[in-house]
Design a protein around this ligand. Structure first.
Ligand code: ATP
Length: 251
């Protein structure tokens, strides 16, 4: 069953058409990767899907409910969470404090100035669970600005898990990472439970083919091809578009 559907979506910026008639289906539990050259419209598609940007035509449907045209918090309420290409962390706070803030932000009682002690205990337990589950326990007291760039990006992925999403959108999760951090992030993504449906924008083909069940190629704002990793890696036209005829390497 499709958990997330994009139907005939188009988006322009002041006359510049960036997305044209994009349709995409992501099945429940799938790990779906979007690839495409720089400027193909991948991040804009994420922004349109999550309601960060209004769309011109088409619709976005999550679990049978249309969310396009509704405020961005609707996507969050429908269980979507995302990371951005740019760092979104509180650099002067510790790893634990950043996670705690993300956990707090997901709670319906977040704006209550005085919360019952049980709520604090609940949030603390969730924070500690995330730290332990995703390998950050040893680094919990580190100040975020002192972490490496790659560690900060990894932390962002974990923050996006704080809302217990059923759909997680990751925008170039390994960009700027060292090879070791890229491997660590790939393993983290692979270890996510299938209860989290993943939609990932990624340029690193080793990562793409290590995680993808299905790949969509975006080119000049249009879906060029959607298929299994074997179908994509075997398609000569995709190699031409993406690599100017070079090889698509299977991990
Ligand atoms: N807010 C905006 N206003 C005007 N043009 C924009 C805006 N956001 C994106 N664009 C343009 O839309 C096009 C697609 O950009 P987008 O960032 O979605 O591509 P991308 O595929 O994610 O690229 P990359 O792989 O480099 O991140 C680009 O030409 C970009 O300049």
């Amino acid at each position: 069953m499709s958990l997330l559907k994009v139907e005939h979506l188009s988006k322009s910026f002041k006359g510049l058409q960036v997305l044209r008639d994009v349709s995409l289906e992501v099945r429940e539990g799938e790990r779906h990767v979007i690839i495409g050259p720089n400027g193909a419209g991948k991040t804009t598609l994420f922004n349109c899907m999550t309601g960060t940007l209004p769309i011109n035509e088409g619709k976005v449907v999550v679990n049978g409910q249309q969310i396009s045209g509704l405020p961005a918090y609707t996507a969050v309420r429908m269980g979507m969470s995302r990371t951005f290409q740019k760092n979104n962390l509180f650099g002067e706070l510790s790893v634990e404090e950043n996670i705690h803030l993300a956990v707090t932000a997901c709670k319906p009682y977040r704006f209550h100035f005085l919360k019952p002690a049980s709520k604090y205990a609940e949030m603390l337990a969730e924070t500690q669970e995330l730290l332990a589950q995703w390998g950050l326990w040893e680094r919990r007291s580190r100040i975020v600005s002192e972490l490496s760039y790659g560690e900060q990006r990894l932390l962002e992925v974990i923050l996006a898990l704080a809302s217990k999403p059923n759909i997680l959108l990751l925008d170039e999760p390994t960009s700027g990472m060292s090879p070791a951090e890229t491997v660590q992030t790939t393993m983290l993504i692979q270890s996510m439970p299938r209860s989290i449906t993943l939609l990932v924008i990624e340029h690193d083909m080793e990562v793409v083919f290590s995680i993808a069940d299905r790949i969509t190629v975006l080119h000049h704002g249009e879906v060029f091809l959607s298929g299994s990793p074997d179908e994509i890696s075997g398609d000569a036209r995709v190699k031409e578009i993406y690599f100017g005829g070079g090889t698509l390497k299977h991990a």
